[in-house]
Design a protein around this ligand. Structure first.
Ligand code: PLP
Length: 421
């Protein structure tokens, strides 16, 4: 397939580019740091001067600010996104012997936190367009359970993941939650600032977990996470759980853990929080640039690009052989593009080609959770969740971070076009 992109640095087809970026990283945190250095170092110095290193005023201020951003009433800072998921599940009432329905196409922690809460993950396949947990299949699974009540047992919660920064279909999960009386616990680790029908990720379920791992849209200088909820009692329960189940020092009502947040992480996050709206907007602009360049290159099907721009296509020609396909975007979702992910034919060869040009890319995720050796005890096998398995063979995340330049995006798309030409 020939690229119809016109790149100013190319004088003629197949000519060596006149000036192209030497390398395009998948993520470059140094560019962000360069702009924030003085503020970040001042915030760290503030904590050092206070000599208050764990929880305390910085964490409490961050909790108020994150609650305000997400629209949830309360937030509870903790040690990581994984810890946040565990707190969110336990506060939502998940206990040993329960089952929690979740996606097989996520980071391991989405499901391992369920196991740590003593429950069993029930993997249901993903939507082929968005790769988020498929609400129709979840509803079907719960209806089937009514016919055979032991399978799966005691479904207490559904844990949708807002994959790559786009909310799962929360309208349908809300309806399912009401019909079957189960809790919705959001894995919003990748979705700070995202929205569904104007409501913030983190305020859509009974509880929600965020990660501030250094690669996330809002990132700490180490591990950190936060849980949000609109229920003050649950927030209080989580505050105790993150601190050894202790309502007051040296008195323990239940078994919690040390899941506390460091004050230095909170102070750094508070500096960055002031920029998150602009950063997410930059990510959206970069995604629009990728979309446009892919559409111009004809690497993607017309149908996929129409979907990406929110239009419905009347095109009937079969574009399924297009080398690159974009994921679909839900009209209700404000997507914050934690990742910009394509589905690519000959994905691994393409990835190597890009690496040879020093263009970063990553596969989120190469092996679905139901096929991970750690979950072999569930008895699932290849072919059981075919949409997730196909996605694992095709997805490729391209460079995406706020400071990325248009020239870099052009070079990435042109390189992909060169690979397929
Ligand atoms: C979807 C998802 N859930 C949970 C986590 C766990 O977060 P953390 O690494 O902060 O423990 C991550 C982080 O990679 C994630 O992407």
């Amino acid at each position: 397939m020939k690229s119809s992109l016109s790149f100013p640095h190319k004088t003629q087809p197949n000519a060596a580019p006149e000036s192209v970026p030497l390398a395009v990283p998948l993520l470059d945190l140094r560019r962000q740091y360069d702009g924030l250095r003085a503020d970040v170092l001042a915030a760290i110095a503030r904590v050092c001067d206070s000599q208050s290193f764990i929880l305390g005023p910085e964490v409490e201020a961050l909790e108020r600010e994150i609650a305000a951003l997400t629209g949830a009433a309360c937030a509870v800072g903790c040690a990581s996104g994984t810890e946040a998921l565990w707190l969110a599940l336990v506060a939502a009432g998940v206990k040993p012997g329960d089952s929690v329905i979740t996606t097989p196409f996520s980071f391991f922690a989405s499901a391992s936190a369920i196991v740590r809460a003593g429950a069993t993950p029930v993997f249901v396949d993903v939507d082929p367009g968005t790769l988020n947990l498929d609400a129709t299949l979840v509803g079907r699974r719960l209806r089937d359970r009514q016919a055979a009540p032991t399978q799966p047992a005691n479904v207490r919660a559904i844990l949708p993941v807002h994959l790559y920064g786009q909310c799962a279909d929360m309208d349908r999960f809300d309806r399912i939650a009401q019909e079957f009386e189960v809790a919705i616990v959001e894995d919003a680790a990748q979705a700070i600032g995202a929205e569904w029908s104007g409501r913030g990720a983190g305020s859509l379920g009974i509880t929600a977990a965020f990660s501030f791992y250094p690669t996330k849209n809002l990132s700490a200088y180490g591990d950190a996470g936060i849980v949000t909820t609109s229920c003050p009692q649950m927030a209080e329960h989580m505050r105790q759980l993150r601190n050894h189940g202790s309502p007051r020092r040296y008195y323990h009502h239940e078994f919690g853990w040390n899941g506390r947040m460091d004050a230095i992480q909170a102070a750094v996050l508070r500096v960055k929080l002031g920029h998150i709206a602009d950063w997410n907007q930059s990510r959206q602009q970069h995604a629009a640039t990728y979309d446009r360049l892919f559409a111009e290159s004809w690497l993607t099907s017309r149908q996929a690009s129409d979907q990406a721009s929110g239009q419905t296509s009347s095109q009937t020609s079969d574009k399924s052989c297009a080398p690159v396909r974009l994921l679909s975007r839900s009209p209700q979702a404000k997507h914050v593009f934690h990742q910009y992910v394509i589905r690519a034919q000959r994905r691994d060869e393409l990835r190597q080609f890009l690496a040879d040009r020093k263009i970063g890319s990553e596969i989120y995720y190469p092996l679905p959770l139901h096929l991970q050796p750690a979950f072999s005890y569930l008895g699932l096998k290849a072919g059981d969740l075919p949409v997730a398995e196909q996605a694992a063979r095709e997805v490729l995340a391209l460079p995406m971070f706020p400071e990325l330049t248009e020239a870099e995006i052009q070079w990435v798309v042109e390189s992909i076009a060169d690979f397929y030409s």
